[in-house]
Design a protein around this ligand. Structure first.
Ligand code: ACM
Ligand code: ZN
Length: 519
């Protein structure tokens, strides 16, 4: 194509996208359940002083009476006319979702077509997980992402707070977790790994790291609650736990030489001190995080040291276990009971399905969808976060264009193509609580990079979670993403450059393992 023509086409594209002279409900993300529009224009006030909220409207109540409880609570109606904005809802939560819809309309353009929007979510869990262990991005970053989730009408943020690369939560009973193993040599995960996993301490000015104090967590939880967003803390066990063994080697597995193994990847399940450690930590976690759910990890335990450790072997003998895998089930069931007795519900990664699911555990399916499908068919609740669709540390475009990321490409189109009910028998649909995008940060050391990986793919996760499947259509969605990216950039978020997305990623024709995206 001649260069001039290309330039003209590019200009046309930019004009088209920035020509948002008027806002209307067809532009928002997630797309609403239903709306109608008329030609007249109303100019929204930036401070929201033209919004009137009405609870207890009989007509609205009747219109949502058939919905499930979670959907009724978040349902709203927005009416924009010449006198301003009316929001109808049953609850403050519903009114807040309505306010966020009005705010998104305003951010696109404060001139809005007179309209009526009727809306409620498809799923009750619409979340994002952020890995704060491998890189610590801190409170301001988390509060900023909570704002983004609120705007997208999402309702869960899951914080991965502990892992080998750093413990990130103040626990009063175990000060070495934050005085020692929240600080490491090596700014990035792979530098640290290459150096042989050295930890340092809080006083070392060269150390990389940090942690959330209890006051930080109270502030984050309260900030999220004002936006009707729940925070799920994740305390990993028994794998991904080397930092605990380094801080407290006396509870680690014992090697053949009779010495502790502080570099062990897994917690020692044979040592009663480990159970005491976890229970004490979880007591403090329960006090800080009010949401019903507590995530206890459960993924990728190596289990190698268990077979050699005298304590683990004793536990296996006492409990009549035939192999080391049963140690994982033992631990998960023990902790699930401990939390259930305190009124909480455990979430675990789908490995917990393999070792005897405890009574009430909710499963987070990450190794694709089979673990979630199996757990739902066994009568357990499931949150879908398959690495085949919604892993936000994976490439979003061709390798040569992108910062180093994980293996396969999950472009915006690929992510958007996911339906959490895919492959689930209809009799088990009620067990699928929703979905979540996961941002693991081994390769994502800095906040701006994290946002680049999150947006716009989090827009897709928001829409999958909220919008009825029959209302979803990729090309219109992509147009809306181009607009919302401009809004996000104006609010100070770093986003992926969807304007320059490769055709390969746009057409989404790359199969999951297609070598073409490596070109
Ligand atoms: C995971 O990605 N290991 C849960
Ligand atoms: Zn052991």
């Amino acid at each position: 194509m001649p260069r001039k023509l290309l330039t003209a086409l590019a200009a046309l594209l930019i004009v088209n996208i920035s020509l948002s002279a008027v806002s209307d409900p067809s532009r928002i993300i997630p797309a609403p359940v239903g709306y109608s529009v008329s030609g007249a224009i109303y100019t929204l006030r930036p401070d929201g002083s033209d919004i009137r909220v009405v609870f207890g409207d009989k007509e609205f109540e009747a219109s949502v009476s058939d919905l499930e409880k979670f959907a009724r609570e978040e349902a709203y109606e927005v009416i924009i006319g010449k006198k301003g904005v009316t929001i109808k809802a049953l609850t403050e939560k519903g009114a807040f979702r309505g306010r966020q819809t009005v705010e998104m309309l305003r951010l696109i353009d404060d001139d809005v077509k007179h309209c009526r929007i009727f809306d409620y979510p498809r799923f009750r869990h619409r979340g994002i997980m952020i890995d704060e262990s491998r890189s610590f991005k801190g409170k301001d970053f988390i509060l900023k992402q909570i704002d983004a989730l609120a705007l997208l009408r999402m309702n869960v943020m899951h914080l991965h707070l502990t892992d080998a690369a750093g413990w990130r939560l103040q626990i009063d009973a175990y000060p070495a977790l934050t005085g020692h193993v929240a600080w490491r040599k090596g700014e990035t995960y792979h530098e640290w790994e290459g150096m042989g996993y050295p930890f340092s301490n809080a006083e070392d000015p060269e150390a990389y790291g940090g942690f959330y104090t209890k006051d930080d967590i109270r502030e984050i939880v309260a900030y999220a609650a004002e936006r009707y967003i729940d925070i799920i803390p994740e305390i990993e066990m028994p794998g991904h736990s080397m930092e605990v063994n380094r801080a407290y080697p006396e509870i680690s597995c014992v090697g053949k030489d009779g010495k502790p193994r502080p570099f062990s990847w897994d917690l020692c399940v044979g040592n009663d001190g480990t159970l005491k450690f976890l229970e004490t930590v979880l007591e403090e976690v329960i006090e800080l995080f009010p949401y019903e759910y507590i995530h206890i990890g459960g993924d990728e335990a190596v289990k190698k040291d268990w077979g050699e450790c005298v304590n683990c072997r004793r536990r296996m003998e006492e409990e009549g276990m035939k192999d080391v895998h049963e140690l994982q089930g033992y631990l998960v069931r023990h902790i699930e009971k401990f939390l259930r007795e305190r009124g909480r519900t455990v979430i675990g990664w789908d490995e917990i399905v393999d070792t005897g699911l405890p009574e009430q555990a909710t499963v987070m399916s990450w190794r694709g969808t089979p673990g979630g499908i199996k757990a739902a068919s066994m009568g357990h609740d499931v949150i879908m976060s398959p690495n085949t669709y919604v892993y936000l540390d994976y490439y979003q475009d061709l390798i040569r264009k992108e910062p180093k990321a994980v293996g396969h490409m999950q472009s915006l189109r690929h992510v958007y193509g996911y339906d959490p009910l895919e492959g689930i028998d209809s009799e088990y649909h009620h067990h699928i609580l929703g979905l979540q995008g996961n941002l693991w940060c081994e390769l994502i050391p800095y906040p701006a990079h994290a946002e680049y990986m999150l947006y716009p793919r989090a827009f897709a996760i928001a829409e999958i979670g909220w919008t009825p499947q029959e209302n979803r259509e990729f090309f219109g969605f992509r147009e809306r993403c181009l607009q919302l990216i401009q809004v996000f950039r104006s609010l100070g978020y770093s986003t992926f450059d969807l304007f320059n997305e490769s055709l390969k990623a746009q057409t989404g024709r790359l199969s999951f393992n297609d070598p073409a995206f490596r070109l």
